[in-house]
Design a protein around this ligand. Sequence first.
Ligand SMILES: NC(=O)c1ccc[n+]([C@@H]2O[C@H](COP(=O)([O-])OP(=O)(O)OC[C@H]3O[C@@H](n4cnc5c(N)ncnc54)[C@H](OP(=O)(O)O)[C@@H]3O)[C@@H](O)[C@H]2O)c1
Length: 334
Amino acid sequence: MKAIVQDKYGSTDVLELKEIDKPLVEDDEVLVRVHAASVHPDVWHAMRGMPYVLRIMGSGLFKPKNPVPGTDMAGHVESVGNKVEQFQPGDEVFGETVTGNQWHNAGAFAEYVSVAEEALALKPANLTFEQAAAVPTSALIARENLRDRIQPGQKVLINGAGGGLGTFAVQLAKSYGADVTGVDSAGKLDMVRSIGADHVIDYTQEDFTQSGERYDLILDIPGNHSISELRRALTPEGTYVLIGHDRFGASGGRLLGSGIPRFLKLLVLSPFVSQDLGLRFPVGTKEHLVVLKELLEAGKVTPVIDRTYPLSEVAAAIRYLEAGQASGKIVITV
Ligand SMILES: NC(=O)c1ccc[n+]([C@@H]2O[C@H](COP(=O)([O-])OP(=O)(O)OC[C@H]3O[C@@H](n4cnc5c(N)ncnc54)[C@H](OP(=O)(O)O)[C@@H]3O)[C@@H](O)[C@H]2O)c1
């Protein structure tokens, strides 16, 4: 089969299109013929082997254990292992090719990938493979962090609303009945409004933490303000949720990046403040995928796709992700 392969960590120069063997299928796995995959920041981290901590978290110490990158895909079932009960050959599916932490390669940028049964769901009938492949990681993280936290009418701010994760977060918050403010750069704000945001803020012109407005929930994707500034922009019982690293962890060290130290600060601070600092145990992929499928089929959430690249141009797709200019998701067709 054709696959993108990397034999060492590094920039997009390490990625090559090669012919390799099809993956083996364990008893509890499904072999999927991939039709589309998608890119997100953790794919970049796993490709680079940065921050270094990911190498001891299972990615591989000196080179990637799995040479084929990618974690999100949609396709059809080619064959199933002996213990698989929910899928059969021919089913159209979408999901993550990874279980556990996201910081490793998981084989989605290839013609075939074997996937744990619990990380897949049937593809929403109204979505193309490209749209379905755009969903898994970004929408899962958005839902994980917003579910059960929003009452209708509450004021929710999504910082980084125009990116891969933010475009799902805006739509999910609207589906829970929130009054949504989306923050991003000027060129993305029309799109952010078009997917349901009630208010938009251009972060290059206005700092939402200085406006005096208070929010019931802030979902913070770039993580570019201090925790005290963010707490001032929250109601006294409000919830702050940090998603990631600013600019691929650029402001942090090579060992941990910028996200992990911020999460640790929140963990230490959490027992001493009235606000909820958003730390919670995740639920399984399957539960999210099933709920997301319903929302997607009901038209309450629609993936926003900026660009599509063929498998041979995964390197260009990741460079476009690195540039930080994508409105919504970047998709690979296989
Ligand atoms: N998406 C995923 O599946 C996923 C998975 C794991 C972790 N994460 C974490 O989530 C973070 C971003 O993910 P993403 O996929 O949404 O990335 P993305 O597609 O690059 O989106 C980030 C958005 O934030 C905007 N932004 C940048 N600086 C900002 C600022 N100062 N204020 C407000 N908005 C700002 C960017 O707009 P401009 O570029 O126009 O400034 C962009 O629209 C990363 O830290 C990543 O580690 C995401």
